[in-house]
Design a protein around this ligand. Structure first.
Ligand code: F3S
Length: 292
C-alpha cells in the first residue's frame, strides 16, 4: 500500500504562529488563558491545558495573568477591557486577519459603506466587523448581494478563508450596484492551496484520509472536496479512529490535514497506517499458505 501526502497540508502560517505564541507563553508565564480555544483542534487545546494554558469564554473568567488572543482576532473593546483589568495581552491574531480588520476600519473611517464577504457567525468575521464599529453588512451569497441597494461609495473586505470563485461572482454583482467600489481582497491563499492539493491527490488514490478536528470548518471542507471528486474519504481526528478494514484491497492512500492539525497527529496517523499495511501483508501471506 502506497501512502501519499498532500503537497500542502497541516498547520498554516497563522495557526503555527498562534500555537507557538501560546506554547512560548506557557513556558515563561503562569496564569495564561486563551479567549476561546486557540485553534479548532481538541488535541492541541488539551495539550496546552496540560502546560497551564486554559481556554475561557470571556475575560470575566480571568482573575489575573495573561490573555492570548487567538488567530481569528477580537474587536477593539477586548484589548481595552483586558488592559483595564491589568492583564498582559499576547496578540496571536493572524496578520492576514489583522489586515482585514484594519481595512474594514479604514472603509468606515472614510465614510464609505462596508460589505464583508463571509460567514455571519464566524469569530473572524465578527472581529472584522467590530473594528468597523459593527457597521458592515455581512453577506455570503450572490442572492444576498443582489438585494443590496445602489450606493455611491462602497468598500468590500473578505473573510480570509472565503472561496475565490464566490468572491469574484459577488464582486461582479456589487460592481453594478456601486459607483466607486473599493475591494480589499483579504483572502488568504493557505486554505485554497490545501483544497487544491487535496483535490489533486484525491483524483489519483483509492482512498483519502483527512485528519483534523471535527469542529474545524477548513478540515470539513477538505473532506467535502475529496468526496466531490468521487474518492472514498474518511475524516478522522486521531490515529485511534483508523480502522483496518478501510485499507483492505487498497493500493494507494492519500493523506491530507486541515490548517489546524499539528504535524505530530499527522505522523501518528501515517505510522498507524504503516502498521496496518504490515498486518494486511501478513494476513495475505497466511491466506496464501492456507491455500497451499
Ligand atoms: Fe491566517 Fe490564513 Fe491561517 S488567514 S490563520 S494563515 S488560513
Amino acid at each position: 500500500m502506497e501512502i501519499r501526502i498532500a503537497e500542502n497540508c497541516g498547520f498554516c502560517y497563522g495557526v503555527k504562529r498562534a500555537v507557538n505564541m501560546a506554547q512560548d507563553t506557557s513556558n515563561h508565564l503562569d496564569h495564561s488563558y486563551t479567549l476561546g480555544p486557540i485553534i479548532h483542534n481538541p488535541q492541541v487545546v488539551a495539550n496546552l491545558e496540560n502546560h497551564g494554558v486554559y481556554a475561557v469564554d470571556s475575560l470575566d473568567e480571568i482573575p489575573k495573568g495573561t490573555v492570548i488572543i487567538r488567530s481569528h482576532g477580537v474587536g477593539p473593546a477586548i484589548y481595552e477591557e483586558a488592559t483595564d483589568k491589568g492583564l498582559h495581552v499576547v496578540d496571536a491574531t493572524c496578520p492576514h486577519v489583522k489586515k482585514a480588520q484594519q481595512d474594514a476600519k479604514s472603509v468606515i473611517d472614510s465614510g464609505m459603506s462596508l460589505v464583508i464577504l463571509g460567514e455571519k457567525k464566524h469569530p473572524e468575521v465578527i472581529s472584522i466587523n467590530l473594528w468597523a464599529q459593527n457597521k458592515g453588512i455581512v453577506i455570503e451569497s450572490e442572492e444576498e448581494a443582489k438585494i443590496l441597494p445602489f450606493v455611491e461609495n462602497r468598500g468590500v473586505v473578505v473573510q480570509t478563508t472565503f472561496s475565490q470563485f464566490k468572491f469574484q461572482s459577488i464582486i461582479d454583482i456589487l460592481e453594478k450596484k456601486t459607483q466607486n467600489l473599493k475591494v480589499f481582497k483579504t483572502i488568504c491563499t493557505a486554505t485554497q492551496e490545501r483544497q487544491n492539493s487535496a483535490v489533486d491527490l484525491a483524483k489519483t488514490v483509492d482512498l483519502m484520509i483527512v485528519v483534523g478536528g471535527k469542529n474545524s470548518g477548513n478540515t470539513n471542507r477538505l473532506a467535502e472536496v475529496c468526496r466531490d471528486v468521487g474518492c472514498t474519504t474518511y475524516h478522522i481526528e486521531t490515529a485511534a479512529e483508523l480502522e483496518l478494514a478501510w485499507f483492505n484491497q487498497v493500493n494507494t492512500v492519500g493523506v491530507t490535514a486541515g490548517a489546524s492539525t499539528p504535524d505530530w497527529i499527522i505522523k501518528e496517523v501515517i505510522d498507524t497506517m504503516n502498521e496496518f499495511e504490515e498486518l494486511l501483508a501478513k494476513e495475505a501471506d497466511w491466506a496464501e499458505d492456507f491455500k497451499k
